[in-house]
Design a binder for this molecule. Structure first.
Ligand code: SAM
Ligand code: MD0
Length: 337
């Protein structure tokens, strides 16, 4: 098999690695990814709290439960609820708060003033890093979010195949989405790029995405397996074999040794944590306090009220693997390297 440790691959090489199905070759892929993670950060794993504070959205993404046309119960949390949940998460040991929203017209109308105030409280009073996942916003809003102190801007293209993008993010503009991210980077924010697995992409598309993530300078990169959503146009589409997601995680780790790569609890809940860490992920995302009334995205309730998506639960699994959750200071040091 190809020498994986070199880290730099041509598109053809990436496609060949994505084609691997032999158990021994797969083991080499995952072992290489794991040893890179261990060399970078020893036994530390990072953890993000997830605060999905409004589920209203003006978009109609075909894969998403919260698409505008889906007739579902929605919420828009108050500032008090958002801060209380953020504080609970921080006290439980997360390293960062990911403030995520649907593209809620209310927040666009008030030009994100409330979001700015929330970011400032989390940054200044709670002394905790912040990621903002607001969807596409214009440059003026990116300026405001950067000035408020947000460390990260997360915005996933889902695919870098423009035709497929059109099908997934129906009615949205590929370049506008990409440019918002690039502008945030220019403004000094760290950026997260991401792709969806199992939405009709080819291995060539995945290879393109893997290369683009590096070209745009993303410091956090993710893949999530598509989860079918009730009431959405893709409701009847199948969720993909998880091996695809694991291979992509491993390749991202090998190509981008320092990158933050999520093991998202939003795909298979807490039972999916171990495999993703073993594939090379170094960060647990979508930690949500039980009974807080806040939801996930791809799995909107799975493991939430049962307490499965907590630092506590994750710690037990990590301990069995000889790993531990990093402290906030260790996280801050890592992102400033
Ligand atoms: N609304 C903002 C946006 O679109 O960028 C921010 C949050 S969006 C809800 C977060 C991400 O969740 C999407 O970009 C997509 O990658 C992922 N996601 C949404 N629905 C999903 C599904 N059915 N299966 C897997 N991942 C999904
Ligand atoms: C996650 N459910 O980390 C979250 C979400 C948005 N920035 C992240 C997709 O899995």
């Amino acid at each position: 098999m190809l020498d994986l440790s070199k880290g730099k691959f041509t598109k053809e090489e990436l496609i060949n690695i994505l084609d691997i199905n032999e158990p021994e070759e797969l083991q080499i892929l995952f072992d290489t990814a794991q040893s890179i993670r261990r060399n970078m950060q020893g036994n530390k794993i990072f953890a993000y709290g997830f605060v999905y504070f409004t589920t209203f959205c003006r978009n109609n993404c075909n894969f998403c439960y919260y698409r505008k046309s889906n007739d579902i119960k929605r919420y828009r949390k108050t500032v008090e609820e958002i801060l209380e949940t953020s504080k609970t998460l921080i006290d439980s040991g997360v390293n960062l708060i990911d403030l995520t929203m649907g593209e809620d017209p209310e927040y666009h109308r008030e030009e994100f003033d409330t979001v700015v105030a929330i970011i400032k409280t989390i940054k200044n009073q709670y002394e905790t890093p912040v990621m903002i996942s607001p969807g596409v916003v214009d440059n003026k809003i990116v300026d405001k979010l950067a000035e408020a102190g947000a460390d990260w801007y997360a915005l996933y293209q889902e695919t870098h195949n423009r035709e497929l993008f059109k099908k997934l993010r129906h009615g949205q503009d590929y370049d506008q989405r990409m440019n918002a991210k690039l502008y945030a980077k220019q403004r000094g924010m760290l950026i997260e790029e991401g792709l969806l697995a199992g939405v009709g992409e080819s291995n060539e598309d995945i290879a393109d995405s893997l290369m683009t993530m590096g070209e745009i300078g993303a410091s956090q990169v993710r893949v999530m397996s598509f989860v079918p959503q009730e009431g959405s146009p893709m409701e009847k589409c199948k969720t993909p074999d998880r091996l695809e997601e694991m291979k992509i995680i491993a390749l991202m780790r090998i190509m981008y040794p320092h990158a933050l790569i999520p093991a998202s609890l939003d795909v298979d809940g807490i039972s999916g944590l171990k495999d993703r860490i073993n594939a090379g992920a170094n960060l647990i995302t979508s930690i949500i306090p039980p009974k807080s009334g806040f939801m996930g995205v791809a799995q909107n309730t799975m493991d939430v009220d049962e307490g499965g998506r907590t630092v506590e639960e994750a710690k037990i699994i990590l301990a069995e693997m000889g790993l531990r959750i990093a402290s906030r200071d260790e996280y801050k040091a890592y992102i400033s390297e």
